[in-house]
Ligand binder design. Sequence first.
Ligand code: C2E
Ligand code: MG
Ligand code: MG
Length: 400
Amino acid sequence: MIAGELNFLVVEDDDFQRRMVVAMLRSLGAIEVREAGNGRQALEILHIANSQPVDIVLCDMDMPEMDGMEFLRHLGQENNTAAVIILSMLERVLLVSVEKMSEAYGVKLLGAVEKPITRAQLEALILRYERGESRARQSRGALRVFTFEEIRQGMKEKQFEPYFQPKVDMKTGRLMGAEALARWIHPQCGVIAPYAFIPLLEKAQEMDELTFMMLEKSVAACRSLQDKDHSLVISINVSLTSLTDITLADRITQGVLDAGVDPRSIVLEITESAAMTDVAHALENLARLRMHGFGLSIDDFGTGYSSMQQLMRIAFSELKIDQSFVRDIAHNEAMRIMVESSIGLARKLKVKSVAEGVETQQDWDALKSLKCDIAQGYFIAKPMSLDAFMDYCADADVDE
Ligand code: C2E
Ligand code: MG
Ligand code: MG
């Protein structure tokens, strides 16, 4: 009985639907299932002192009084560690934006499914929780919540490092580069993922220091890889909000040249995490970076706000399809069409298409048949430390 030891909370205003979900949970072995008719009631349940913490919340979106989105916002703000399954009548494309929103609020999302949820879907999501949970148990630190001051102190002590995730050419299977992803190597809590610090830094408009620390370390890594004859392209994430400062392009360029690296070996992945007003400054920065030879990638393509569309006017060199589309590609027709048209768009614009979140052979095969250029995801390898990545590159060489 997979659900036996877990505490559930079902938040749904429709009595019939709520009872159905509760019955399904019970049939999967759940013992502790609490119920709420809207977000406000759900919060009250979560706030009851000394009660067992809820492990998984199943939540409808459209509810009276407090809807699912507001509820998820509170959950994120309160740093509640419950995992969430979104149940909704919303179309898949809308669910994707709710997924993005939840991520932005730091909510631990297991998945978003169209109603009615099936028993098999529910079972798969609970299994996903259990696999994730065992990972979280190993590094308990991942669940800790950090204050802005703690993060700032960690930055002062340069505890942030890039982890590298391979990017592979789908046609040849060859390793062609890696994305540098920020990790906080916390002296007590272990390796901390970006969701625990980036949203706070962005909110405080304090991303610059992290961006430059990542840039410096990733570029140095690129240099040492090249010294070992691995000519790889390293991708570095830059938040769109950082691009409002018009000196940014020159500072990035200088940093890369000082390290003895050709900007052509660096791709900057631009992520949009908040609507932006200062599009003109961003365009100026991006045009300048492109002029200096950097590759530019539109990250999380398909999920951004409209300012991203304006940025498409700039000569970017790569289009990175968001993992929320890739994840369902083998099972969901709408997602497949979305991915297919993104790849088609990239081809017409003569830029590389990259799929992130490639987790299974099925994903790989589907993307290959759609002629996607580059793949990145757990199916190939998880993000790893520089040392591990050096070994990985050496092995990749031997395989060829
Ligand atoms: P992203 O740039 O879209 O990076 C891809 C994320 O997907 C990474 O999460 C990566 O670990 C994860 N991922 C890769 N393959 C798979 C897969 O097969 N399955 C699943 N489920 N996930 C996969 P990570 O490292 O937690 O980073 C999250 C986001 O944080 C990044 O999304 C990026 O937007 C942001 N980020 C990370 N480092 C930096 C940084 O140095 N600067 C800025 N501005 N943002 C960063
Ligand atoms: Mg990225
Ligand atoms: Mg992405």
